[in-house]
Write a protein that binds this ligand. Structure first.
Ligand SMILES: [Zn+2]
Length: 321
């Protein structure tokens, strides 16, 4: 069992004293079963605003799961004594799915056990996807394989469906939903990407992104993030967040991706390029720990922002026609 899996098990045991845990799906692979766990804390009123943190969609990008687990540890550690945290969580639903692709994590692959890249797996077709990295149907032995060529919702992988259905359940009633999906492996700087991935068209709710950016700068003036549309870097088929965003055009929903800039870890320690996990994760212990600390102010900001939904008004896209 990896250190992340051990920590996940330990958190699962301790979480019951502060929130709830449920199994979204059990993924069977080579005579073993891998649960996808969803952790909830805070308000249980479905119409309250919601913050969703997800990680481990790509099995090799282990730091995303570790950052989510680090955040959960601070929640457990603060819950006993921190009245301000409890007050914040009284106002919001907080949902964390730290490991969406447990088989990929266990077998050190980007894709799931069927060789499918879950973030290319939704039935969304790009106008013009970037070559290869944008997703393909050539072979499941190659990275970025999209899965079922039929490209239907029913044909999605069980991990994708588990994530989609969890988010849908929240979106159904929540007055505002903010999501942050944790990834790594691209760029020198930490980036917060907003949709679209499938198109270079501007997001219909771009005004809301601008408000987010402005409030982030005001709350954390020296923050490290570059806020950009994903399509600025590459366009892809099958992005699960595009799929959910397009499906919920009447909802007040902002899905974001934190793409942790792994190239800076590689630059400081080029030898890690020669290991399987090296291109996607901080390998040196001190750098790994620094990364686990680095994003806690962002999470605190996201909780405050979700608890102040009037700051994130609905844009034209969400208003009924
Ligand atoms: Zn990723």
């Amino acid at each position: 069992m990896s250190p992340s899996e051990e920590q996940l098990k330990s958190i699962e045991r301790r979480w019951s004293s502060i929130g709830s845990v449920r199994t979204l799906e059990n993924i069977a692979h080579k005579n073993q079963t891998f649960p996808i766990l969803e952790f909830r804390i805070g308000s249980t009123t479905p119409s309250d605003p919601a913050l969703m943190i997800t990680g481990g969609v790509h099995g090799l990008e282990r730091i995303g799961t570790d950052v989510a687990l680090s955040f959960m540890e601070t929640l457990i550690g603060r819950w006993e004594w921190d009245r301000s945290l409890r007050h914040t969580l009284d106002q919001i639903q907080l949902i964390v799915i730290p490991l969406v692709n447990p088989v990929g994590h266990a077998q050190f692959t980007r894709s799931n056990g069927n060789g499918v890249d879950l973030m290319r797996n939704a039935p969304v077709t790009a106008k013009q996807a970037s070559f290869a990295v944008g997703g393909h149907h050539w072979s499941r032995r190659l990275p970025w394989y999209r899965g079922n060529p039929e490209q239907t919702e029913a044909g999605m992988e069980p991990e994708s469906r588990a994530l989609v259905n969890s988010v849908r359940g929240v979106l159904k009633e929540a007055s505002f939903t903010l999501a942050l999906d944790l990834h790594s492996g691209f760029g020198i700087q930490d980036q917060i990407w907003y949709p679209y991935a499938f198109s270079q068209d501007p997001l219909p709710s771009i005004d809301q992104v601008k408000i987010f950016e402005d409030l982030l700068r005001k709350a954390l003036p020296y923050h490290v993030y570059k806020v950009e549309p994903q399509s600025l870097h590459y366009t892809t088929h099958g992005d699960l967040w595009d799929f959910l965003y397009l499906e919920h055009e009447r909802k007040n929903f902002l899905p974001l991706t934190l793409e942790m800039g792994s190239w800076s870890w590689v630059r400081k320690n080029p030898l890690q390029l020669f290991s399987l996990l090296g291109p996607f994760n901080p390998i040196k212990l001190h750098r790994h720990r620094r990364t686990l600390r680095r994003h806690l102010p962002l999470f605190q900001f996201l909780m405050s922002l979700t608890g102040s939904p009037a700051c994130m008004p609905e844009t034209d896209r969400q208003k009924p026609q």
